[in-house]
Design a protein around this ligand. Structure first.
Ligand SMILES: *Cc1c(COP(=O)(O)O)cnc(C)c1O
Length: 426
């Protein structure tokens, strides 16, 4: 149907008034929570039109977060692969080391406007917890982070960071004592007092209005990157690539290029392999279903429940994707979804560290790995990668688990067929 509606850019057209992106999204929660989601939506719709709010967020981004983050041309890596030009949007240089602070500052600013007394969230590896604790400190709002006992033991540095920043870390001892139990625990704490607290979701997931709101807070990444890239090169990139857990960094950068003649790619973790429980490639292996209050693509077990998932990058360890990604991949066919294994991710981690002096987060290394594969095939084209975070958090794990890879460079499978003899790094 050729209606005016169809000519609106995607960003203006979606989500609809009920939070749907096609058949994906919505708000599948009980009545009590539905009321609170409506309050949050109304508050968001008010402040996003307020000049004060827009000014304050701009001020925060520039002076506190250090935005705009640069776009960087990877000359060494591009020269090595031989033709294709690889650029990085440096979200690793955003304050606190990843893109997550973009939506945490927005959510906390909204909480301040709503007069909330406490921010509540769950965290798996601690990245979302640290970003929210940072926002809580900035706005002087109490912050309560729920974290599984197992993850607390595993992710000690992030637990300490949250405590230094003044957050209360609640140890969750039920069930498997990991992320899913932390979500349940945080939700209960929120439902006990939804008037004075706000649940700050960590990606473009959850019931409406969160997927829309988190996207709007992350769009700054793509708006900056598109302008910076054009300023540097006079054109648009041929490809834009982002890793995808829930999908906030991907939505942030890709949203700016949806109307452009640019190929858009999301990269999911293939982990140890294709068996259920060994990966978190939701688009590849998932089917339509409801999870955490929204309809999307979900990896399920035999009973139809969300299945356990795995990736060496804990930020990608989620059995679904945000509803807008499900829509853009499955219904609109606007993106291509790819997978990268743990091993390819680790190789890309070392390649970027050694060739460019940039240690990427393991999540972001998935996007870099796919960029390298693509660059080998598309020698005359240009590729913009969202480097969602820095890898300082991952160095102990990489040394302990993948230490032998430190010696093997440059005989990596990702670089097969590439002449690495001129590289002087080992
Ligand atoms: C959390 C995290 C991700 C994954 O989250 P998305 O919502 O999919 O962006 C990716 N990269 C880094 C560095 C993260 O901390």
């Amino acid at each position: 149907m050729d209606t005016i509606e169809n000519h609106k850019p995607h960003i203006r057209q979606y989500p609809d008034a009920n939070g749907f992106f096609g058949k994906f999204g919505g708000s599948y929660v009980n009545e009590e929570l539905q009321r609170e989601m409506k309050n949050i939506e109304n508050a968001y719709n008010t402040i996003c039109r307020s000049q004060n709010f827009i000014h304050e967020l701009r001020h925060i981004r520039k002076h506190f977060q250090g935005r705009p983050t640069p776009v960087y041309y990877c000359k060494n890596l591009s020269d090595l692969i031989g033709g294709a030009r690889i650029y990085l949007k440096r979200e690793d240089l955003n304050h606190s080391g990843a893109h997550k602070l973009n939506h945490c500052m927005g959510e906390a600013l909204l909480a301040k406007f709503m007069g909330k007394k406490k921010l509540i969230a769950e965290t798996g590896a601690g990245q979302h917890g640290v970003a929210l604790a940072t926002a809580g400190a900035y706005f002087n709002i109490k912050t309560e982070i729920h974290m599984g006992e197992v993850d607390i033991a595993k992710e000690h540095p992030n637990v300490v960071r949250m405590k230094i920043l003044g957050a209360d870390v609640v140890s969750v001892t039920r069930g498997t004592k990991t992320l899913k139990d932390a979500v349940d625990s945080a939700f209960e704490a929120y439902l006990a007092d939804p008037v004075n607290t706000i649940y700050c979701i960590g990606s473009v997931v959850g019931p409406h209005p969160f997927p829309m709101m988190v996207r709007e807070f992350q769009r700054v990444v793509g708006i900056e990157a598109r302008e910076q890239y054009q300023e540097m090169t006079g054109e648009l990139p041929d490809h834009v690539i982002a890793c995808c857990g829930g999908g906030s960094n991907a939505m942030g950068i890709l949203s700016a290029f949806i109307e452009d003649p640019v190929r858009l790619h999301i990269v999911e973790p293939m982990g140890r392999g294709e068996k259920v429980g060994d990966n978190a490639a939701s688009v590849k292996f998932g089917t339509e279903g409801i999870i955490h209050g929204f309809n999307s693509i979900v990896i399920k077990d035999e009973k139809g429940e969300p299945a356990p998932v795995y990736s060496c990058a804990s930020g990608l360890d989620y059995p679904a994707v945000g509803p807008e990604h499900a829509f853009l991949v499955k219904e609109k066919k606007r993106y291509e979804a790819h997978t990268v294994t743990d091993i390819e991710c680790i190789e890309a981690f070392f390649i970027l560290s050694r060739l460019e002096g940039i240690i990427p987060a393991l999540e972001s290394a998935h996007a870099v790995a796919y960029a390298i594969k693509l660059a080998k095939e598309r020698k005359s084209e240009s590729i913009l990668v969202n480097l969602s975070g820095r890898g300082d958090k991952d160095i102990d794990y990489v040394e302990q688990t993948w230490g032998e890879y430190m010696k093997k460079f440059p005989n990596y499978s990702l670089l097969e067929g590439i002449d690495c003899s001129g590289i002087n790094i080992l």
